[in-house]
Design a protein around this ligand. Sequence first.
Ligand SMILES: NC(=O)c1ccc[n+]([C@@H]2O[C@H](COP(=O)([O-])OP(=O)(O)OC[C@H]3O[C@@H](n4cnc5c(N)ncnc54)[C@H](O)[C@@H]3O)[C@@H](O)[C@H]2O)c1
Ligand SMILES: [Zn+2]
Ligand SMILES: [Zn+2]
Length: 342
Amino acid sequence: MRAVVFRAPFDVRVEDVADPELEAPGDVIVEVELSAICGSDLHPYRGREVGIEAGTVMGHEFVGSVVEIGREVRSWRVGDRVVAPFSTNCGECSSCRIGLTARCVRGQLFGWIENGRGLHGGQAAFVRVPLADATLGKVPEDTPVEAALFAGDILATGLFAADLAGVVPGSTAAVLGCGPVGLMAVSASLHRGAQRVFAVDPVAERRRLADELGARALGIEEAREELVGSGLDCVLEMVGSPEATRLAVDLVRPGGTIAAAGVHTEARFAFSPGEAYDKNLTYRAGRCSVRAYLEEALELAGGAADDLTRIVTDREVLDNAREAYRRFDRREDGCVKVLLVP
Ligand SMILES: NC(=O)c1ccc[n+]([C@@H]2O[C@H](COP(=O)([O-])OP(=O)(O)OC[C@H]3O[C@@H](n4cnc5c(N)ncnc54)[C@H](O)[C@@H]3O)[C@@H](O)[C@H]2O)c1
Ligand SMILES: [Zn+2]
Ligand SMILES: [Zn+2]
């Protein structure tokens, strides 16, 4: 089959690789209908997250149909249309039982193989899904495929970040970073009832999309000028850099909450324990438990598909993925969200 394969930083290629096969009785094989490139794919692409092996099939956002079923799979039949969260989960361990499926003891990320262990990803014609009963979600018949794709990662993560930041009816919130995940966090915060949502990004096209989704978008310096001291209850940090953390701490009001959903790789916080104390700060972080949000995200995405999918700037056949990664990485030509069609 054709697949997007990681070779080295800044070097992904579309190659012919072996079709995936069932390996465990709980596996299914999914034929991919649509996949996408995520900001998280840029971390290994840019060499910022290391350890991924050359030869790994990339990608963790995909929607498709079940084509093969392991003998212990109970929930799925050939032909079912499914969406996967970006990681697998067993549904039974102590993390899964409390809804923290992102930290399942048996969970694995799609598109990450390290030291010979892990899972190939969904930027391919087919993908193997372990723990399929607990992991996959059913795509309702009337849900557009793009909306289902968003539910499996970026929209679920937006809802998660809004909850983590404590967005409730009447809150004022700022979303830092207007990439696909930040843009979904804008919609999710409004959906949770935020009274006012500001959105911050240095890139003008991305700010325009945030405006269209209902935020008031600002550049970084503008945000510092207008929002420091303005009493922001919640800051959703959807970037994953020390600079963004710093901005979040400066913007949030005393007693407010920062939700850090951007992926961080640095060893230290960009603020001190003393600052946290002086601001009565709550700082919450981590990976989204997509499985726990999947049904809500599917419903929300299904009802708002036209609005949400306006962030899709590029729709490419899988064979053009190498070039699409390059454009997405450089944010060229207003590139915001890239879909890949196998
Ligand atoms: N927690 C989770 O479960 C989860 C899930 C999905 C993605 N993520 C992470 O969320 C982050 C965003 O993902 P994405 O796909 O939108 O990525 P992206 O790279 O497309 O978007 C990041 C945006 O942040 C902006 N930015 C950079 N520095 C900034 C600053 N100091 N202040 C404000 N904006 C700034 C960039 O211009 C860009 O538009 C990534 O780190 C990704 O890995 C986390
Ligand atoms: Zn992702
Ligand atoms: Zn589990």
